[in-house]
Design a binder for this molecule. Structure first.
Ligand SMILES: [Zn+2]
Length: 117
């Protein structure tokens, strides 16, 4: 073990040491959990991208890039339909956008079928 521990986030002391899964600062007695590199990619905030690779954010307006049939109904969301004020979610399957489509109602979409405008 000769990895360098990060300095204390409170007082910037370099004399931090590990205590179990926590890091401890001997100067101000601050204890904190170090950022886990291996978990960061899995549990960190997911970056959600649209059909052409733009990063989507809450509140964005997007357009639908292909006709979408709605399961269990004859309604089709036409290509080019504008969807305002999307909300990014961790939805069912790969649905990652929660939104309300004019004339259709609230629903979840996949980021792969929309394009940010
Ligand atoms: Zn400290």
């Amino acid at each position: 073990m000769n990895e360098t521990l990060p300095p204390c986030p409170d007082c910037s002391s370099e004399y931090t040491y590990e205590m179990g899964s926590l890091l401890v600062c001997p100067e101000c007695a601050h204890e904190w959990a170090p950022a886990a590199d291996s978990d960061a990619t899995e549990s960190g905030p997911a970056v959600i991208k649209d059909a052409v690779g733009n990063v989507l954010e809450d509140g964005d307006t997007v357009t639908v890039v292909k006709d979408l049939k709605i399961k269990g109904s004859s309604t089709v969301i036409k290509v080019g339909t504008k969807v305002r004020n999307i909300r990014l979610i961790d939805g069912v399957g790969d649905h990652d956008i929660d939104c309300k489509v004019d004339g259709v109602g609230p629903m979840q979409l996949k980021s792969s079928v929309v394009k940010k405008i």
